[in-house]
Write a protein that binds this ligand. Structure first.
Ligand code: IPM
Ligand code: MG
Length: 362
């Protein structure tokens, strides 16, 4: 059956980077005779401006029907003063929750040619390749009760950090299985020295490790992990953590590479339906200037082929074309060391040339 892809360009540089992904996808579709269809819908502030909702019902319905969603970015200064439930970010949280996208995979890897862009010394950062597995639909971001108590004296506010055994086990399994496909090292991150929910998390993950005897499991406290990521990032292979800690640690890990414009992510549910999103945000300052780096979006497309569209061959060729692009010295504005760089809309055509070259050499 034909696979369905939904494209949600969103705000800021979202439309530009998804534009490059669409161009590449159209090429791949005809070049490899892929049986897939794709549609585009509004999301975020752009959707709010048109419909009054950041996640219109039509967008959500199309998302539910699709195998993979390519999500550009949402947010921008013009929507910052809106009520909470109208903010662009609510679209992201809504899609995660409604589709049950509990497993967020955030790779942080370095192309060694780009090491000079990293804020970390080359000898520490070389060959960086970490996978952060963040729980995405539970924990303090969704826990109830939550609220603001304006009438208490003094006024107060509260959230709840809660995980049940099933939620921890399912994200734990994804992490152990990812480690099995990599270097078989898993570090589980928590605050078991302070939080009951973390103590519980640690117990469940430790029990799970009996099913994965080949994986070397360690536990770290989240504040220490923040430090270790900067001091010695190559000690990590796979990191698993709750929603909150994963949010923070994945930003640190992405920053280590110095080129956040290169990092993709995947958010999956239990039926391998997934949403694929670059790690960078909507970057309103450079929106509409044809200068954004679309490679994170395109690497996210590769992840979509790997995890939701069952096509490793296409995933591999996209990734290979990007390695090739970098090693040929081609650069976008954010990773350029001088004034020679490609504009956003020049990137997909180069990748298409490279893919044709690679394929004809085989
Ligand atoms: C992310 C973002 C979101 C999150 C925000 C925009 C709600 O920071 O995807 O990491 O916290 O999950
Ligand atoms: Mg974040």
């Amino acid at each position: 059956m034909s696979k369905r892809i939904l494209i949600l360009p969103g705000d800021g540089i979202g439309p530009e980077v998804t534009g490059s992904a669409i161009e590449l996808l159209s090429f791949l579709q005809s070049f490899f005779s892929l049986d897939l269809t794709f549609k585009i819908e509004d999301v975020g502030g752009t959707a709010f401006d048109k419909t009054g909702y950041p996640l219109p019902i039509k967008t959500l319905e199309e998302a539910k029907k699709s195998d993979a969603i390519l999500f550009g970015a949402v947010g921008g200064p013009q929507w910052e003063s809106l009520d909470w439930d109208k903010r662009p970010e609510q679209a992201l949280l809504g899609l995660r929750k409604e589709l049950g996208l509990f497993a967020n995979l955030r790779p942080a890897f370095l192309f060694n040619e780009l090491a000079s862009a990293s804020p970390i010394k080359k000898e520490i950062i070389d060959n960086l390749n970490i996978l952060i597995v963040r729980e995405l639909t539970g924990g303090i971001y969704f826990g109830e009760p939550r609220g603001i108590n304006s009438s208490s004296n003094p006024p107060s506010a509260f959230n709840t950090m809660i995980y049940d055994k099933n939620e921890i086990e399912r994200i734990g399994r994804i992490a152990f299985e990812s480690a099995m496909k990599r270097n078989k090292k898993l570090c589980s991150v928590d605050k078991a020295n302070v939080l009951e929910v973390s103590k519980f998390w640690r117990e469940i993950i430790s029990n799970l490790s009996k099913d994965y005897p080949e994986v070397e499991l360690t536990h770290q406290l989240a504040d220490n992990t923040a430090m270790q990521l900067v001091l010695d990032p190559n000690q990590f292979d796979v990191i698993v953590s709750s929603n909150l800690f994963g949010d923070i640690l994945s930003d640190i890990a992405a920053t280590l590479t110095g080129s956040i414009g290169m990092l993709p992510s995947a958010s999956l549910n239990s039926s391998s339906q997934g949403m694929y999103e670059p790690c960078h945000g909507s970057a309103p300052d450079i929106a509409g200037k044809n200068s954004a780096n679309p490679l994170a979006m395109i690497l996210s497309l590769a992840m979509a082929f790997r995890y939701s569209l069952n096509n490793n061959q296409v995933a591999n060729i996209i990734e290979e074309s990007i390695k090739n692009f970098i090693s040929k010295g081609l650069r976008t504005h954010d990773i350029a060391s001088d004034a020679t760089f490609l504009r956003t809309d020049q990137v997909a055509p180069k990748l298409i040339d490279i893919i044709e070259e690679i394929s004809s050499a085989r």
